[in-house]
Design a protein around this ligand. Structure first.
Ligand SMILES: [Zn+2]
Length: 258
């Protein structure tokens, strides 16, 4: 892919303070289908970065606010739109099942047709425009539309029930398979905040990808429906509260539960 006259966007990432210690970092020039929400949680002893986007531009400098303050990058799952920046961080975590995916470089593409109908179909059905490429600007001149994400072997394996803590906040790992086998959420019981990755967000949910499992997804939706959340910060799209979560789960279950 060359000769594309896409404009330059600088800055590439947009940062928005969301709530106490939680900041959203996102890429406005990436199509919603690949626009991953990067969540930065500032903690007393350690910060968390939850998902790391596509790796199109350096991310770590946006969250490294104190020299020596430790930082853990947690990938909610290994899809390329969530792990592109993992190699920028020294401390990396993902669910045990998907850890092998990060041990070798991963091919990525911004060319829509490569994604196929299991990805594009649900978005098209929901009324999204599907452009030829999934960016309408570039962070550097002449950026290629295909690339490779560096290997980023994790330093910590996560399992359901593990606690990821910042010193003053504790997030429980919820294993939420269905979209992918090792999808996780991070659940802060004290506040009702759920970082849900692609297990649930307020947009077309993908359950027919390689590695997806609808039976697992049904169980995940039943689990999420019963969680006393105050806010869900998903892997894509805008955040939402408990009423909307219950609606999304009910809608999914009415379509997929037998
Ligand atoms: Zn995904």
């Amino acid at each position: 892919m060359q000769d594309r006259e896409l404009p330059l966007a600088d800055p590439w990432f947009v940062t928005r303070h969301v709530s106490d210690g939680v900041t959203l970092i996102t890429e406005p020039h990436v199509h919603p289908l690949l626009r991953c929400n990067v969540w930065h949680v500032q903690g007393r002893d350690r910060d968390l970065v939850i998902d790391t986007a596509l790796g199109l531009a350096p991310l770590a400098h946006l969250v490294e606010h104190e020299v020596g303050h430790s930082l853990l990058a947690v990938a909610t799952h290994s899809h390329s739109d969530h792990v592109g920046g993992m190699s920028e961080f020294a401390d990396r975590a993902i669910h045990r099942i998907e850890a092998p995916d990060l041990t070798a470089p991963m091919d990525t593409t911004l060319v829509a047709e490569v994604y196929g109908e299991t990805v594009l179909g649900p978005y098209r059905d929901a009324g999204y425009d599907i452009p030829e490429v999934f960016v309408d600007a570039v962070p550097v001149p002449g950026m290629a539309m295909v690339g490779q994400i560096p290997a980023a072997p994790v330093t910590r394996l996560l399992d359901d029930g593990d606690i990821v803590d910042t010193g003053d906040r504790a997030f429980e790992v919820l294993h939420l398979p269905g979209h992918s086998p090792g999808s996780i959420g991070l659940w802060e019981a004290a506040t009702g905040i759920l970082f849900s990755g692609d297990a649930v967000y307020d947009g077309p949910l993908l359950d027919e990808l390689e590695g997806s499992d609808i039976d697992d997804y049904v169980k995940t939706m039943e689990r999420l429906r019963d969680l006393p959340v105050t806010v869900v910060h998903g892997g894509h799209e805008a955040s939402f509260g408990r009423d909307r979560l219950v609606e999304i789960c009910a809608d999914y279950l009415s379509r997929r539960a037998t």
